[in-house]
Design a protein around this ligand. Structure first.
Ligand code: IDP
Ligand code: MG
Length: 140
């Protein structure tokens, strides 16, 4: 079964949308195999998004991701990476399809509620960033 890594971002937690978003994720057929609430520092947020280091929005992104608690999860489903990107929608909520998580809840391209890995390879790297092997429990 394929895995992907998601983060309910600090805006999601502030808006008290943790439950609503997890409900949408589970209804779409994903199983939560690891979950925690944590807070990134500027250093760890910068490390997680290191691939964007040269982008103009990097500083803003690091500030935002370290601005409050977040909820990383490992999700499992057939075709998890691609199917999850489909249910969260485009990075910019203005461009996201109707019914997607970002279209429903996000305020802007920066504060866009949720992260989803962009490849199976990155999903494994990102999962290891947040979770030890003991914290990953196969669904059911
Ligand atoms: P993704 O989250 O849809 O994969 P990426 O291009 O990988 O989008 O960007 C990572 C994150 O950086 C986005 O989710 C968003 O929070 C932030 N971001 C991306 N582009 C911009 C921008 O143009 N302005 C501000 N923040 C941005
Ligand atoms: Mg990305």
């Amino acid at each position: 079964m394929e895995k992907t890594l998601t983060i309910l971002k600090p805006d999601c937690v502030r808006k008290q949308l943790i439950g609503a978003v997890i409900d949408q994720i589970e209804r779409a057929g994903f199983r939560v195999v690891a979950m925690k609430k944590t807070r990134l520092t500027q250093e760890t947020a910068g490390e997680f998004y290191a691939v964007h280091r040269e982008r103009p929005f990097y500083g803003e992104l690091v500030e935002f991701m370290s601005s409050g608690p977040c909820v990383p999860m490992i999700l499992e489903k057939d075709n998890a990476v691609t199917d999850f990107r489909a249910i969260i929608g485009a990075t910019d909520p203005a461009e996201a399809a109707a019914g997607t998580v970002r279209k429903l809840y996000a305020d802007s391209k920066g504060e866009n509620i949720i992260h989803g890995s962009d490849s199976v390879e990155n999903a494994a790297i990102e999962a290891a960033f947040f979770f030890s092997a003991e914290e990953v429990v196969r669904a059911n």
